[in-house]
Write a protein that binds this ligand. Sequence first.
Ligand code: SF4
Length: 151
Amino acid sequence: MTLLQRIKDLVRSRSIHVSYVDVGSCNGCDIEILACLAPRYDIEQYGIYVHNNPREADVLLVVGAFTLGWEEKLKMVWDKIPEPKAAIAIGNCPISGGVFDRRGSYVDPPVSKHIPIAAEVPGCPPRPTEILSAILSIRDTVFAGWEVKQR
Ligand code: SF4
C-alpha cells in the first residue's frame, strides 16, 4: 500500500460524517442521538460530525421501526451516500421492530432487509455512549481498510 493510500485511510477513519434518518420512531432514540452532540458527550471530540445531507455523509444512523412509507425513500437516501459508507441501526426498533412490531401492521422490520447494516445498537433507547462506541467501532473495519479493498 502506498503512503498516499495510507494517508487517505487514516483521514477517512478519523473524520467521520454522520447523517441520520428516522423511519418511524417514538423519538426516544432521536433524543439520545442529540445528547451525543451536547457538551457532556461531545461527539466532535472524536472527529465525528453530523450533517443533514446524505451526499456528505459516511455513516447513516437509522432509528425507528421501518414503516412502509419508507420503502423507497430509505433506499434513495442510502444510494446518495458516496462509498465508502456504513449504516448503523440505533435502538430495538430498527433491529426487531421493538414495541411497534405487530404482525400485519404498518411496520416491516428489521431495517437490514432494506439496506445493509454494519452495526446494531440495541436498547430502548440505547445510551449515548453506546451510540458513540458503535460509530467508533466501525471506523477501522469499514473506513481504515478501504484503499486495500479497492485493489
Ligand atoms: S427503540 Fe425504544 S426509544 Fe428507540 S424509537 Fe424504538 S421505542 Fe422509541
